[in-house]
Design a protein around this ligand. Structure first.
Ligand code: HEC
Ligand code: HEC
Length: 308
């Protein structure tokens, strides 16, 4: 066991011991303290009102400064009834709710179970809404302003840190989701797959393979889609190394996430140096999977927001 794992094991044991503290000895100790406290208080109150001392005829007390006297009289009787009521309340409370060591109380109440209950209640009250959304067509959702606002709120919370508040991408790393260019496909099914399972784009670094050809190939990539590039110096190397994924015409392949290189939309930048950098060092964009984090209704709302 490495020192770190030992430390971890120790750490967890300590936490477990702490979580278990109120059982056994400490639990009993708390019960004793609580009960002794209550009994002492009861004894004190009763002794004030009903002890032999209290029943004694009041002695003649000394009086100072014409009206200042010591006054050993018991407080008024309503005070006694108040204390008694409070004590009866405490006892009933301790019988019903957890309060005596590890005793759980007759009602079996706990903060944890209350949380679970309110969570279940919350889930139940929204189950119907979720089922409704799941049964609604994308077009209907897209025409429902309220639902689209909900979708935008989910997007703002879950996605905007990377894709930007308006979903127009940012930092030349996170793609614009509002344009016509879809690396991984534009159909509702493709977008749903992207959101649920995430995507790992994989283009390795070409520098060692292309060598001095990186420049010409990058230039060729910039010219893709133009006329008269049949004789371009980068064409041979492109066709040989790149067309398998990006296509001979540069139109890309959504199954591999290989972007269209023939349009004017660039994730990592469309300047010659930026394209050279993409080719020389490779790119490995990762879209995280949200299938576990979001429920079906939330995924559907996001798909409705993004698909057109
Ligand atoms: C195995 C498939 C594959 C091959 C082969 C391949 N690429 Fe790529 N390429 C990709 C993928 C996938 C991406 C997207 C990377 C990302 O999103 O992080 C990409 C991204 C790019 C980009 C960035 C596009 C943008 O929008 O910024 C350029 C430029 C590029 N490739 C050029 C080339 C060139 C030139 C070659 C040949 C030397 C090549 N690729 C070979 C799969 C490939
Ligand atoms: C941690 C950052 C991050 C978060 C958070 C994130 N994404 Fe992404 N997303 C990416 C990256 C990076 C890519 C590009 C992957 C690549 O290079 O292929 C991407 C790609 C995508 C694509 C594919 C775009 C295309 O052209 O095919 C979609 C759709 C998408 N994200 C939707 C979402 C949605 C919806 C959310 C919120 C639920 C989200 N993303 C949250 C980083 C993120």
């Amino acid at each position: 066991m490495s020192r770190l794992t030992k430390l971890h094991a120790y750490h967890w044991r300590t936490i477990n011991i702490m979580a278990d503290l109120p059982t056994g000895f400490w639990g009993g100790w708390i019960v004793v303290l609580t009960l002794v406290g209550l009994i002492t208080l009861a004894w004190l109150v009763f002794s004030i009102y009903f002890s032999a001392d209290a029943k004694k005829e009041p002695e003649v007390e000394p009086v100072w400064d014409s009206n200042l006297r010591e006054g050993s009289n018991a407080p008024p009787l309503w005070w006694f009834w108040m204390i008694l009521a409070a004590m009866v309340f405490s006892i009933i409370y301790l019988m019903l709710y957890p309060g005596l060591g590890t005793y759980k109380g007759l009602l079996n109440w706990s903060q944890g179970s209350r949380l679970v209950e309110s969570y279940e209640g919350y889930n139940e009250s929204f189950a119907q809404v979720r089922a409704d959304i799941a049964a609604t067509s994308l077009a209907e959702i897209q025409n429902d302003l309220g639902l689209m606002e909900t979708a935008e709120r989910i997007f703002a919370r879950e996605c905007s840190t990377c894709h930007g508040p308006d979903a127009r991408g940012q930092a030349s790393i996170f793609p614009n989701l509002m344009d016509v260019d879809w690396q991984w496909g534009s159909s509702a099914q493709d977008i749903e797959l992207t959101i649920r399972n995430g995507r790992n784009a994989n283009m390795l670094a070409w520098e060692s393979i292309l060598g001095v050809n990186v420049g010409p190939v990058a230039d060729y990539v910039m010219q893709l889609g133009n006329d008269g590039i049949e004789t371009h110096a980068g064409k041979a190397a492109y066709d040989q190394n790149c067309s398998a994924c990006h296509g001979v015409d540069g139109s890309g392949n959504i199954l591999l996430g290989a972007p269209n290189l023939a349009d004017d939309i660039w994730l990592y930048g469309g300047e010659l140096e930026e394209i050279q950098a993409s080719i020389a060092s490779g790119r490995n964009g990762v879209m995280p999977a949200f299938g576990k984090r979001l429920d079906d209704a939330q995924v559907k709302l996001l798909v409705a927001m993004l698909a057109r």
